[in-house]
Design a binder for this molecule. Sequence first.
Ligand code: AMP
Length: 435
Amino acid sequence: MQAPKGTEDLFGEGARAWDAMQQTAREVFGRYGYEMAETPTFEMREVFERGIGEATDVVSKEMFRALSGDAFEKVAAGTPLKSAQDLALRPEGTAGIVRCAVQNGLVTPDGPVAKLMYAGPMFRGERPQKGRLRQFHQIGAECLGAAEPTADAEMIVMLIEFFEAMGIPRDAMRLLINSMGDDACRPAYRETVRAYIHEHSDELCEECNRRADINPLRAFDCKNDRCAEVMEGAPKISDALCDDCREHYEAVKRYLDLVGIGYVEDPRLVRGLDYYTRTVFEVQATDALGLGAQNALGGGGRYDKLVEVMGGRPAPGIGFALGFERTRIALEAIGALSGAARPLDAFVATVDPSCDDAGFAIVQALRAAGLAADIDHQGRSLKSQFKQANNRGARVAVVVGPDELAAGTCTVRDMQTHDERTVPIADVATAIVSE
Ligand code: AMP
């Protein structure tokens, strides 16, 4: 049996890398006041349709639908589904977190800011390639209820700080920022882009032409080289921002300057999802990190309309998500992936089967004392048990033999120096800890 295309099993080094990334995120984001939240991996499809936008590729083409066997039969028989049965695997984390915050009253117009973080698998039916999977893992943070530009700057600084804490040097990352405007200025800007696309329709791909009517700004995201060239000449949002948006954007940049975070302003950075307003940002890996075309390590933006769209009373929000798989590739490229298995403190070796009971009791006592300890479960020879102890990096071997047992003792052998000493069984944990 094979794992499905575009998925990756995580075990050994990979699982340790995922664990380390979550720990670093908890540590770094925790210092900024974030707490972990866990939402379901599937939601009603409507949550994503509303929250991300029906016109996005993520929702219209890439979303994995999830149906119970019952609901599947209904669909096959042509019976329409109730929305509660019409489920989808989450393609990203924000829609679910905002749904959760609204449903549980975590964000209210006059209430305090809610800072939530998450980590887990996301699902998109994309064409798999290096750094692009169908099940991948994201870590994200969402700050709900904060409208001030300090929140935008804090979010960006926190993302950079995370990558640095993981071991990616600042000069191996590029921070792109932009403002996408808001309800006051974006609609008019959209129209100018739509008109530009229509003017250049014969130079642009079919997809961009199709996008012109539903979501013209997405044409900036087109991977086609010719389209990218043509879109270079399109009107820039930076020239179309209203005063409030411009002021907000200037303040975000000022705060970034204040703490010495360098950035590149990219007026064509329009992030894929529909819900962004004002600040958007992306952290890209430089070429040295070997990610090729999929060089976005993480990104996010402000979404001041999303809480309302999800049925809550209006409240602003901002967040980001970063990708585990791409960060792992980057860390591997610079040799910064630390991921050795935890070495054992002690391996308990038994001389013959008459010592099995004592061995089992001793290894449990060691674990209870907080030591990493293991024992042979395959009835192997003493020699093989020492080999296992070595392979597992054990600091000491605790040898249990019939003669020592009769005297209530065992032998603690230093695996490096091979020094041995006899220790009462009752004291073995203390003896190893204090060594
Ligand atoms: P997005 O939710 O599209 O803004 O993506 C945020 C981050 O998740 C990206 O910067 C990537 O690191 C990661 N990511 C997005 N899509 C994929 C995918 N299909 N496979 C692997 N990582 C992904």
